[in-house]
Design a protein around this ligand. Structure first.
Ligand code: ADP
Ligand code: MG
Length: 237
């Protein structure tokens, strides 16, 4: 298994953001993680990537227990997430932001520069490579966020609503890029409200509701599940 999340609980005050969540994932798999707002999706990413420590439960990545390790240790082991709100270093250029991330896997300046250039080609921000990142549009910042994650050459990538707030052309670009990296064997989990995007990309879909996993199966199974229809698809958001 690439990832095993075993009976994870995370509470905030009296609120159970995650109630006994168990989930596993094989190398090369692409999962969609869906659920209403506040259902615990981002919290699950935060717990697994080391930003929060779970109250109980265990997370195993590549056969090693990573529960409670710090985010920088976990990312070095190859598990990297993007943020719902993009967080580039504002004064650095697009290229420099990606190069900083590329240093995680490349020791020399030259190797990091070349790796950053390859990522720039993929994400379509080449023309604005020299722009300071605070000048970017929201959509460009989201692409940069994805580029910074890819530059770390993750074994497993967590994408938190990377399509939210994008226009339809930008959304299509992201879907296309995700299809390409999926074909290359990249493992990733996609938190996404855009159901047609999830259905176009994910091989398996996990559904959270009030911090509980209420479905885990093929897209076909999940969209037919009564619990899911009730909890999520039947609700206007
Ligand atoms: P989702 O990403 O599915 O919209 P979240 O994981 O962000 O949901 O939130 C799940 C629940 O946990 C929500 O009720 C949210 O308010 C709460 N929550 C998340 N992070 C914190 C925090 N740092 N402190 C307190 N409550 C939090
Ligand atoms: Mg969220």
């Amino acid at each position: 298994m690439l990832l095993e999340i075993n009976r994870v609980i995370k509470t905030f005050g009296g609120l159970a953001a995650l109630s006994d969540v168990t989930l596993s994932m094989e190398p090369g798999e692409v999962l969609g993680l869906i659920g209403p707002n506040g259902s615990g999706k981002t919290t699950l990413f935060n717990v697994v990537s080391g930003f929060y420590r779970p109250d109980r439960g265990r997370v195993t990545f590549n056969g090693q227990d990573i529960t409670g390790l710090k985010p920088h240790i976990i990312s070095r082991r190859g598990l990297v997430r993007t943020f719902q709100i993009p967080k580039p270093l504002p004064d650095l250029t697009v290229f420099e932001n990606i190069r900083v991330a590329a240093f995680l896997r490349n020791q020399s300046d030259r190797a990091a520069t070349e790796a950053a250039q390859r990522v720039m080609d993929r994400i379509g921000l080449k023309e604005i490579g020299q722009a300071p990142s605070h000048k970017l549009t929201y959509g460009q910042k989201k692409m940069l966020e994805l580029g910074r994650a890819l530059a770390t050459e993750p074994r497993l990538l967590f994408l938190d609503e990377i399509m939210a707030g994008l226009n339809s052309a930008e959304t299509m670009e992201v879907i296309e890029l995700l299809r390409v990296i999926k074909k290359e064997g990249q493992s990733f989990i996609l938190i996404e409200h855009n159901m047609s995007a999830v259905l176009a990309i994910a091989q398996r879909i996990i559904v959270l509701n009030f911090g509980m996993k209420i479905a885990d199966g093929s897209p076909d199974e999940v969209i037919k599940s009564d619990a899911v229809i009730e909890a999520y698809l039947g609700r206007e958001e």
